[in-house]
Design a binder for this molecule. Structure first.
Ligand code: ZN
Length: 433
């Protein structure tokens, strides 16, 4: 829409003076990964188009591939439309313009082909201009959609509907990377938000750091994984803060906070001393976690849980709006876990804690099962307030070889899930010429 208010007019004028994004391209290209694809029994490097015959295909798929010609480490990707493949990454650039804190979002597309070298293109998504003194902001950008990089249409001032409890598409967006040389207005300078390459979305980080000193501590101590989990996933860091402090004092490296928090839940469930480094800093976290998962599973089975049927009824009632959803991409299908029995089966087959840790009772989580040709491959947790993907895990909590595809289809399908969650049809974002 055309800028209407004085503030929107001011932002629109400043927006037009922003520099182009050509300077971003080399950095963003460096963030893209390299890929290969298959061609009959051969492999093709999508970087240099070299084609060769692998020794053992199954091994290549599991351990990755190095191109014999360009020597790059390649990940597998499926090509479509006559040998084409696309990967999209998004990034944010924090800038100060006049009195505004501006976060500009872009996408960088990598178009690959069996016959040509990759071609990159960078696109503007949207900008958030915030005047912190007045507590006002303006969004300039494309319209949110569910295809490609998630945005399309003309670049203009956007009307944001802030009424109701549901967040809008611009608020829930978080980019994959940050462009370096970030600038912040004085109230944020004390945090040194860019003190290391944490890859948290600056906008989300800024929102959270102002209200929580724990986030600031994680940033200053450069706890990348804990910080990312705290900023983008759940609030477990809050309840397990004493344990985080103990782990940090012990110099204990937490590479997978999701597993660690699950493990702490399990320890607590078994009445173990969760203030003792002996328990909370295991040498082999995954093995200990899996051992407790197994212990709990056996305990649960022995206990003959009386209220399982009631829980099942409640689950089906609560999730009825979602249970008929199914998202399909070729041999991959994703659908919500239909009942508590399915949670049990999913946890058993994939050897993880989706059932043992009572995920079916989490009222703000939607759990989905991703299957390849009907075989359980990964379990996905969607947080139903921010509509973010909290986790997607395969057997023993590892990523399956289809992980990227699963995330891609899941990401694309979130708008349809959000739609299903709505009692009444909500008004679409207003768009006027
Ligand atoms: Zn190559």
């Amino acid at each position: 829409m055309k800028p209407k208010t004085k503030l929107q007019q001011e932002v629109w004028n400043l927006h037009q003076k922003l520099l182009s994004i050509n300077e971003h391209e080399p950095y963003m290209i460096s963030k893209h990964e390299f890929y290969y694809t298959t061609h009959y029994k051969n492999l093709i490097c999508l970087e240099c188009n070299h084609q060769w015959k692998p020794n053992q295909l199954w091994q290549e798929e599991l351990v990755g591939v190095e191109c014999p010609s360009c020597k790059k480490n390649l990940k597998k990707i499926k090509t479509e439309n006559g040998g084409q493949a696309v990967r999209i990454i998004t990034y944010g650039h924090a800038q100060v313009v006049d009195r505004f804190q501006v976060i500009r979002y872009f996408s960088c597309w990598k178009n690959m082909s069996k016959k040509k070298k990759p071609v990159y293109s960078t696109h503007r998504l949207f900008e958030e201009w915030t005047d912190y003194e007045k507590g006002k902001r303006v969004i300039v950008g494309q319209l949110a959609c569910r295809y490609g990089d998630g945005f399309h249409g003309t670049y203009e001032v956007r009307y944001i509907n802030n009424s109701g409890w549901r967040s809008n598409d611009y608020d829930i967006f978080a980019s994959d990377y940050n462009f370096p040389r970030a600038e912040f207005i004085p109230i944020f300078q004390k945090y040194t938000l860019d003190c290391f390459d944490h890859e948290c979305d600056y906008r989300v980080l800024m929102r959270k750091i102002q209200s929580c000193s724990k986030i600031e501590t994680l940033l200053k101590t450069k706890q990348k994984e804990l910080l990312q989990h705290a900023v983008h996933k759940d609030n477990k860091y809050y309840s397990y803060w004493p344990q985080i402090k103990i782990a940090m004092r012990q110099g204990y490296q937490i590479n997978d906070p999701g597993i660690w928090y699950d493990y702490l839940d399990l320890l607590r469930g078994f009445g173990k001393d969760i203030h003792s480094p002996k328990y909370i800093c295991p040498e082999n976290l995954k093995a200990e976690h899996d051992r407790y998962v197994e212990k709990r599973r056996i305990q649960r089975e022995q206990e003959k849980i009386q209220d399982l049927q009631k829980q099942n009824e409640n689950y089906i009632k609560r999730m009825s709006r979602f249970l008929s959803l199914e998202f399909i991409d070729g041999d991959l299908s994703i659908k919500p876990l239909q009942n508590v029995d399915e949670f049990k089966q999913e946890g058993k087959e994939l050897k993880h804690c989706v059932f043992t840790n009572n995920y079916h009772l989490k009222t703000n989580s939607l759990l989905l099962s991703a299957r390849i040709n009907g075989v359980r491959t990964e379990t996905i947790e969607i947080e139903m307030i921010t509509w973010s993907i909290v986790q997607a895990r395969g057997i023993h909590n590892d990523n399956s070889k289809h992980h990227d595809r699963i995330l891609e289809l899941m990401k694309k399908s979130i708008p349809a899930i959000r739609k299903a969650s709505q009692y009444r049809k909500s008004k679409p974002l207003k768009q006027s010429a």
